[in-house]
Design a protein around this ligand. Structure first.
Ligand code: PTJ
Length: 246
């Protein structure tokens, strides 16, 4: 961290990157997670590295869905555990959600390391490592199909930050409401989820926590497809604004 001077114009983004590197060195993040982060960084750059009003609309809709959920569950992968474990625990506590570790590049040792990180961050219970309570999601071939019968399997609302498209589709087929954080508004997950927060998880999760704590949560109409289109147009606007003068 000390290698990045505070005065560096991109210090914030580089600090976030360091969390991933630290997570990789500590056995939390998969190698592929570093690449996934790079893709996220690129989209964040195009989005102006700020929370747009469209992301805020989605955050409001997500808060409303979470506080009215009967059995909400937050799914945690390696990148999420490296980026914001404390915030995940805080959010789970506020909306009374279960936390479940669920990995794409599954590996029991990494799962257990992630559980330790979450417990160190204050989680009392973390699901996803007990094979006795595991269930399979039908129609899904990736390791993400294995979920906990007291967690994702039973949930009515599932938060899946940085998710892959296949499982989002499978969760939808199971009748669940899916909330995701994805900097790429064009990804399959972004397009399939009920509520897509097109923002960096690191920024948006704090806003979601504030929103869930607020006493003024109102159920307002939310159209994910329209909101995603607005996010794409936002990128287009940012690009034209930043065109170098020829
Ligand atoms: O820990 P594992 O084994 O479960 O693996 C986790 C990764 C992230 C490697 C796995 O889920 C994966 O391969 O994801 P994808 O399919 O690359 O999708 C990740 C999506 O998250 C991409 O659309 C990225 O743009 C986006 N993304 C990356 N970093 C962030 C992000 N979105 C929000 N906030 C970020 N910080």
């Amino acid at each position: 961290m000390y290698l990045i001077p505070k005065s560096h114009p991109r210090a914030k983004s580089l600090y976030i990157r360091e969390k991933l590197v630290k997570g990789f060195d500590g056995g939390v993040v998969a190698k592929e997670g570093l690449m996934a982060h790079g893709r996220g960084e690129a989209f964040d750059y195009l989005l102006g590295e700020k929370t747009s009003k469209y992301a805020q609309n989605a955050i409001r809709a997500a808060a409303s869905a979470l506080v009215s959920a009967k059995y909400p569950v937050i799914s945690v992968n390696g990148n999420v555990a490296a980026l914001c474990p404390r915030e995940i625990v805080k959010l789970a506590r506020i909306v009374n959600a279960k936390i479940e570790v669920n990995l794409f590049y599954t590996n029991q040792k990494r799962k257990e390391t992630i559980v330790k990180v979450l417990k160190k961050s204050g989680a009392k219970e973390v699901l996803g490592t007990d094979s006795k309570s595991s269930r399979r999601i039908l129609g899904l071939d990736s390791a993400r199909r294995v979920v906990d019968s007291n967690g994702i399997y039973k949930a009515d609302v599932v938060v899946v930050p940085l998710e892959d498209g296949d499982r989002t589709i499978a969760l939808k087929k199971m009748g669940k409401k899916v909330i995701t954080f994805d900097l790429n508004p064009l990804s399959r997950t972004a397009k399939t989820a009920d509520i897509t927060i097109v923002d960096n998880l690191v920024r948006a999760i704090n806003r979601l926590i504030i929103e869930c704590r607020s006493k003024k949560i109102r159920k307002a109409p939310f159209n994910n497809k329209k909101n995603l289109s607005a996010c794409v147009l936002e990128i287009k606007k940012n690009l034209s604004r930043r065109l170098p003068n020829a």
